[in-house]
Design a protein around this ligand. Structure first.
Ligand code: CP
Length: 324
């Protein structure tokens, strides 16, 4: 794999390979093998033009657990504030020795530009671009659903027959887009539930059903309910009902939680607006996978970096045996 830019064009075989390698990576970590020597001598640059907690720290942990060197770059406090372009910034980082660049950017398409412009030769991973995609979030969500549905060793299994409901601000959500494409590639049935003002115009071309009534969607007993963050920072006032109205109609609270089957999981990519799209009862309940998603993100990102920088799938035993 040369780059990881989206899930829309990610082949089923490549998606399955990432999920299966992520399981291998999780296995080595559960055996207290904290560090593998696999990417020794490689340098991963985290190039973040937007704020992040989970994604940036998780990529850093993933690269370090594979023994890569990590350079963290935040646009705030850099020469970007003096007007330096994406091209010059990226070329500067490659001159320092970047083998892979993990990029988060407010402009949809910035990672693809970096990967295809010829400005740099490093592999590029999209860590979230505008409202376009967040492919490693989609992958860690698929991984979490697969583990919860199929148990400890779910290698080789897709998500055929799994019902996933994605709720909220679909219009601004790169997480929703990456999940819709990936989950449907893996065979899941995806339903989007959203206020009519927060649905993208091109949704008719997506492999997902759209409903506006959350209670009707939950009555179908989905296996996973994924709540999206209301992106108030990207919101136009005309798109958004009052917060109270939103919570009443599209929020996941204790009453709705009680009506779900016991094995339905509750997901959120974080950061959460507690009390708006999700109540604390739901976020902190036993069926919530919010923190599990964060943990799984490290294994999935290890797998992605591994495929970008080292190529083929490692033998699990070999990976463990040669651990540093
Ligand atoms: N889920 C997610 O992308 O979180 P961060 O913005 O904290 O990276």
């Amino acid at each position: 794999m040369r780059h990881l830019l989206d899930t829309r064009t990610l082949a089923r075989e490549d998606a399955m390979r990432i999920l299966d390698i992520a399981e291998d990576m999780a296995d080595t970590q559960s055996r207290e093998v904290k560090k593998l020597p696999t990417l020794r001598g490689k340098t991963v640059v985290n190039l973040f033009f937007e704020d992040s907690t989970r994604t940036r720290i998780s990529f850093e942990a993933a690269a370090k657990r594979l023994s890569a060197d990590v350079i963290n770059f935040a646009a705030k406090g850099s020469s970007v504030s003096k007007g330096e372009s994406l091209k010059d910034t990226a070329q500067t980082l490659e001159a320092i020795g970047a083998d892979a660049v993990v990029v988060r950017h407010p402009a949809s398409g910035a990672p693809r530009t970096l990967a295809t412009s010829g400005w740099i030769s490093a592999g590029v991973v999209n860590a979230g671009d505008g409202t376009h995609e967040h492919p490693t979030q989609g992958l860690l969500d698929a991984y979490t659903i697969r583990k919860r549905r199929f148990g400890a060793d779910s290698r080789g299994r897709d998500l055929g027959g799994v019902r996933v409901v994605i709720v909220g601000d679909v219009l601004h959500s790169r997480v929703a887009r990456s999940n819709v494409w990936l989950l449907s590639t893996l065979g899941a049935e995806v339903t989007l539930v959203t206020p009519p003002t927060l649905i993208p115009q091109d949704v008719t071309g997506w492999p997902a059903r759209v409903l506006y009534d959350l209670d009707a969607a939950l009555a179908e007993e989905p296996h996973a309910v994924m709540m999206l963050r209301i992106q108030l920072e990207r919101m136009h006032a005309a798109f958004f009902p009052s917060e109270r109205e939103y919570t009443r109609r599209w929020g996941l609270d204790a009453a709705r939680l009680r009506r779900l089957p016991d094995d339905t999981i509750v997901m959120h990519p974080g950061p959460m607006n507690r009390g708006l799209e999700i109540s604390s009862d739901a976020a902190d309940s036993a069926r919530s996978t919010v923190l599990e998603q964060v943990t799984n993100g490290v294994s999935v990102r290890m797998a992605a970096l591994y495929l970008l920088l080292a190529g083929e799938r490692p033998e699990p035993d070999k990976a463990g045996a040669s651990a540093a």
